[in-house]
Design a protein around this ligand. Structure first.
Ligand SMILES: Cc1cc2nc3c(=O)[nH]c(=O)nc-3n(C[C@H](O)[C@H](O)[C@H](O)COP(=O)(O)O)c2cc1C
Length: 356
């Protein structure tokens, strides 16, 4: 495989490798895709305020999340049906994450099994849960997750109903995990009390994934979560939400470091990551970028994609006049008008149908 020189090449290769149905499953959002576009718009609408004449000859791009050191503050978001995108599925993500030095969060609806994924590589791993059964079912899966050695549990809470994803509907495509699953309606009945019960039963590090409202973030803190994962599911669930970075800013102001914050939604570049950390996140997660990289060339291309993000982060931290994430603060960014079309990589979201 020729080495990819930048993320654009990775995404182009993914586009060539995937058929229309899988491309649309991975890339599309819900309904008008406004939430998905706002994710990008929110990121694009912050400008940097760089500082000069500081010694930036050595840069440390590392981060930390829930007591784990990260080579860069970027983790892998949970993706269902990864096996439809790349045959190794979750195991490829685990191996790339371990080789690079970050943490994968495994979806409860991806293959191979949660045990096989964890066994495929060393290093910390997190598990993302969808509720698909009664309390006995929940207890049984939590035991499996614990026995397999996962470090943290995230319960996804933005998916009470499955988003209306028109690209999938028009293709008459259902991802394998959705086809196979029973009891999806149980996800709609999760409440704060059930989430707390799950946290108690799990007993380890715990987070809610898909929080977008400050009051829910405050409630999560009062219920003792370790981390809040700010997300609108990459714009695949409720349409017409705020961009995730804008939600992060509100939530960071309310949570005041009482819980760690993860954010995802539209992150494609090192500069995107830097903006989120400057604005209060501990780490950023990548969904589509991870899927595109796997589609472009499996584990090796995902590793390369993470290396490219690292290169972009080191470059931009230096140009901003800081030598580590610890030196960043909101003073390094300011809201600014977005000029021209949104980020060039996100134009890939909108590649015409049926074009390869
Ligand atoms: C193909 C695909 C499948 C996903 N499956 C899951 C899932 O099983 N569980 C979950 O909590 N989030 C799931 N998500 C949402 C991601 O975890 C993440 O929130 C989102 O992709 C972030 O936005 P981004 O794709 O713009 O980076 C999925 C996203 C994609 C693109």
């Amino acid at each position: 495989m020729t080495e990819f020189t930048c993320s654009q090449e990775i995404v182009s290769q993914a586009r060539r490798n995937l058929n229309q149905e899988v491309w649309d499953y991975l890339t599309g959002g819900a309904e008008s895709e406004m939430t998905m576009r706002r994710n990008r718009h929110a990121l694009d609408s912050y400008a940097f305020l760089p500082r000069v004449l500081r010694d930036v000859s050595t840069i440390d791009p590392s981060g930390a999340l829930l007591g784990h050191k990260l080579r860069i503050p970027v983790i892998l978001a949970p993706i269902g049906s990864l096996q439809a995108i790349e045959k190794g599925g979750g195991a490829s993500s685990c191996r790339a994450a371990a080789r690079f030095g970050t943490i994968p969060m495994l979806s409860s609806i991806t293959e191979p099994s949660l045990e096989e994924s964890v066994a495929s590589a060393e290093g910390p791993k997190m598990f993302q849960l969808y509720v698909r059964g009664d309390w006995d079912w929940i207890k049984a899966i939590l035991k499996r997750v614990k026995d397999a050695g996962y470090d943290a549990l995230a319960v996804t809470v933005d998916s009470s109903h499955y988003g209306i994803r028109e690209r999938q509907l028009m293709n008459r495509y259902l991802p394998p995990s959705v086809k196979a699953q029973k009891d999806r309606h149980l996800q709609a009945a999760i409440t704060w009390d059930l989430a707390s019960r799950i946290r108690d039963e799990w007993g380890g590090r715990f987070m809610l994934k898909g929080v977008a409202h400050v009051e829910d973030a405050a409630m999560a803190v009062s219920r003792g979560v370790d981390a809040i994962y700010v997300s609108n599911h990459g714009g695949r669930q409720l349409d017409h939400c705020m961009g995730a970075l804008d939600s992060l800013v509100e939530i960071a102001g309310a949570v005041k470091k009482k819980a760690e914050l993860i954010v995802d939604g539209g992150f494609l570049r090192g500069t995107d990551v830097i903006k989120a950390i400057a604005l209060g996140a501990s780490a950023v997660a990548i969904g589509r970028l991870q899927g595109w990289a796997l589609a472009a060339g499996g584990e090796a291309a995902l590793l390369r994609s993470l290396e490219l993000l690292e290169r972009e982060i080191v470059n931009a931290l230096g140009l901003l006049g800081v030598t580590s994430f610890a030196e960043l603060s909101p003073a390094y960014v300011r809201k600014a008008e977005v000029i021209g079309p949104t980020h060039e990589l996100s134009t890939f979201y909108h590649l015409p149908q049926r074009l390869v």
